[in-house]
Design a protein around this ligand. Sequence first.
Ligand SMILES: [Zn+2]
Length: 501
Amino acid sequence: MVNAKHLNSTDKNNVTEMSTKNQNEVRIGLEVHVQLTSLKTKLFCGCSSDYKGKDPNSLVCPVCLGIPGALPVLNANSVDYAVMVALALNSKVSECMFFFRKNYYYPDMPKNFQISQYDQAGGVPLAVGGFLVIDVGTKRKKVRIGRVHLEEDPGRLVHQGAIDTSPYTLVDYNRSGIALLEIVTEPDLDSPKEARIFLQKLRSILEHLGIFAGRLEGSIRCDANISLTGGTRVEVKNISSFKEVERALSFEIMRQKNLVKKGLSVKHETRHWDESRRVTISLRMKEKEHDYRYFPEPDLVPITITEDFVENVKEKMPELPEARISRFVDAYGLPQYDAEVLVSDKALADFFECTVKLYDKPKEVSNWMMGDLLRNLNENNLVLTDCKITPEHLVEMIKLIEEGVISGKIGKRVLPEMVLTGKQPSLIIKEKGLVKISSRDALEGIVEQVFSEHPSCVEDALADENAVHFLVGQLMRATKGKADPQLANQLIHEKLESLKK
Ligand SMILES: [Zn+2]
């Protein structure tokens, strides 16, 4: 980023040019909240953290309801998890950290403060600094991390329809007190696409660390700070899924650019992403930090994180995505691109490794997964963990093709059935009558039929080898793709030769 003040002040033309250009430059910083759902209990009490789908307000106690006098006790494993994430993000783990009270009134937080961490006024968050390298097209980009800290999740507010028109608000405190890890980036992202890539990479890391179930709704949420260069920062809250991140950011950038075009100013405010209407709406003017009256949480002692503790966590760290990608390239001979796509989703990478254990042709497995499997998942809006296909079944299907029982083309019809029904490929083939036709007798009659139905094409084929494909295509069509392609080709040629005589 070129800042106008760094340019030669006598070169006015240049400055103008830069500032006009810079007005359209976008800066995005993310505040990502990750629920540590692999912890069995909440951050400061013994209530179960497995709250999804449970009756509202059924997993609560005086601590997470914020009853005066109830005392919090820190979940020790949460520090392990948080340190793991900090190390994976190259952050510096603090030797001693404190919890702070962030004071504000909101119905999802009955005690009127959130136990969080702070990096000012003597506050020390769990970790500071660090970076994550992302691949954007062919370039690699370092996105700086500001800090990583622990805090409690507030309760969940449920609105009827949109937040600004709902006649009432319901509150469910089951989520209140769930351990949250907040990861704050510097405003290093230049586009909604980069934000999505960053979040995908972060999710893959968190999944590999085994600290959360990334596919559960709301387990990774994000707020974004967006500004056009030199302009006011706007915070957009309530972005609940990765699909929404790109949409929400694109909308907000467009909104700000339109304001600037009309000569209006962008207000410093907090906006809410309305998923159904796909717009951001103004919630409130942005609070200032001092509005929160941060002060040290008197009910929790400072936590010392010793070098030994960090070393211990380091030793327990599982393989991270970057290392796994390299291993996929080295051990399985996969192209870098294949490895990156597979590892971007831990479930996909695990599925690949299970399949390769059963069938030792990694590139072939990867081709089926990256091509047909992923396409089918996308078309049906599914993720791998939602569907019933197993490594055993995929191997069986590849072997059926290898043994000549079905053609590769038929395989492409069998796979979607496997994804949706979880049925064994041999059963699907039997039920749908998809076994390859490789007997001469069965095909010869169909060849006759194709020749009599397309006399002019036969003429063309006799004169031009290129026109033969059409006849083969017709034969495949007549057999619904079940004809053995090699034999089909051979029979068509034989028939043409006999006509030439
Ligand atoms: Zn509780």
